[in-house]
Design a protein around this ligand. Structure first.
Ligand SMILES: Nc1ncnc2c1ncn2[C@@H]1O[C@H](COP(=O)(O)OP(=O)(O)O)[C@@H](O)[C@H]1O
Ligand SMILES: [Mg+2]
Length: 398
């Protein structure tokens, strides 16, 4: 142990990291911001690390450290001043995580991170663990590509193995003769080819696991996308009870197989014939779980904190049906959205991430509506979102 950590009270292995301690976060976007809000509410200090300044997380954290994820000296300095490190961004190099893990626990582990940051490793791990994944093949050469297309057929989806998000780094291949052009458009990077799944809906399970193996989950959350970006999430999901049970079983088995300590979001496709297939994993808070912030006894962010600090998990009970709608930078195209008009909906909560540049497609914030039914929650959240960009018909009486 370094001299700076030995100054703190000695910690038994497995002893909880208690309020007053400092938690480190790698990545400084909105996921880290909401994590930091949860952590500060419980009396923890938060140090956030990323290459950027004045970030969504940094604005809320006690300290914002601005350095490259490759800067091992800065990462070690960061690690020496915190009691545990977690992340909200999974594309941190493995060597960087290893350098931190030599000093202080990283939760979830570098192994989880390494597996989830590469589609081929992730799918191979899941398939070897006997978990259901979309049929896939690795593509590293033209020969691989032709063999993969021959085996999986078309339509198919070609995805870069690393760094994809919000549909970036993937191309749909309609017919076999388009495969090479598709791979070229991805700069011939290492890829996975997946069979195109004609799924009925997508179903996510956000779950959390602590050191002792205890797991809590939020049931199935249903998502809809616009232009490959999550648009609306609803909970509870409209899925048959036996599907819900199976989705939760798959999620729990995935957390156990990876020995996750912290949060893991398991994105699944529910096919039209009722099969669940894992699409991808996110070892961090997930956009689909934002509604837990307002709708559940314990949010996904507080659960992440509790799990990585070794505290007992909180209840995931949902207090009311809820729907979440993302606010993208596009909403700013005619000037600042009308925040006060959205606030006329008293059961809608406004979240903004403190980002200054509202670029199209950029996640700037979200709204969560709570209502007696899921359909009412969806109506309410969409009404509040459209109020942001439409003139109110009536002027509110004074
Ligand atoms: N094999 C597939 N078949 C059908 N649709 C897919 C497939 N893979 C991805 N998609 C669609 O594209 C979206 C984004 O793909 P995903 O693999 O989750 O990448 P990202 O990292 O961008 O979230 C999915 O939510 C789904 O709607
Ligand atoms: Mg996805």
């Amino acid at each position: 142990m370094s001299s700076s950590t030995s100054a703190k009270s000695p910690m038994l292995p497995g002893a909880p990291i208690l309020p007053g301690a400092t938690v480190g976060v790698l990545g400084t976007g909105q996921l880290g911001r909401m994590f930091a809000i949860a952590a500060r509410r419980m009396g923890y200090r938060v140090h956030a690390f990323s290459p950027d300044r004045d970030t969504p997380t940094g604005q809320v954290a006690d300290e914002e450290i601005t350095a490259s994820y490759d800067d091992l000296d800065e990462l070690r300095n960061f690690a020496r001043r915190v009691q545990v490190v977690t992340f909200e961004f999974e594309n941190v190099p493995a060597a960087s995580v290893a350098a931190i893990a030599d000093i202080i626990p990283v939760r979830p582990s570098g192994f989880v991170l390494h597996t989830a940051q590469h589609r081929a490793r992730e799918k191979t791990f899941l398939a070897n663990a006997g978990l259901p994944v979309t049929p896939f093949a690795l593509v590293d050469s033209e020969a691989d590509l032709q063999a993969a297309v021959a085996r999986l057929g078309c339509p198919a989806v070609l995805k870069t193995a690393s760094f994809g998000y919000d549909g970036k780094g993937q191309v749909k291949i309609a017919t076999a003769d388009r495969a090479l052009a598709a791979w070229q458009s991805l700069d011939r990077q290492p890829c996975v080819l997946e069979a195109f799944i004609d799924f009925g809906r997508d179903a996510e399970v956000d779950a959390v696991r602590r050191v002792q193996g205890e797991i809590a989950h939020y049931g199935v959350i249903e998502n809809s996308h616009q232009n490959h970006i999550l648009d609306v999430s609803v909970s509870p999901a409209d899925v048959p009870p036996e599907i819900e049970v199976e989705a939760i079983r798959i999620a729990e088995a995935t957390l156990d197989a990876l020995d996750v300590i912290g949060l893991l979001c398991v994105e699944m496709f529910l096919t039209r014939d009722g099969k669940l297939l894992i699409n991808e994993l996110a070892p961090r808070p997930h956009n689909s779980g934002h509604l837990t912030f307002d709708a559940c006894v314990t949010s996904q962010f507080e659960q992440q904190l509790r799990a990585v600090c070794g505290l007992p998990l909180g209840s995931t009970e949902q207090l009311r049906p809820a729907a979440m709608a993302n606010l993208l930078g596009d909403l700013w195209s005619n000037g600042e959205p009308r925040w006060a008009d959205a606030c006329r909906h008293p059961d809608v909560k406004l979240h903004l991430y403190g980002k200054s540049a509202p670029r199209p497609g950029r996640k700037m914030g979200h709204l969560t509506a709570l209502a007696p039914t899921r359909d009412a929650a969806v109506r309410e959240v969409l009404a509040a979102r459209s109020a942001l960009t439409t003139h109110a018909a009536l002027v509110e009486p004074r």
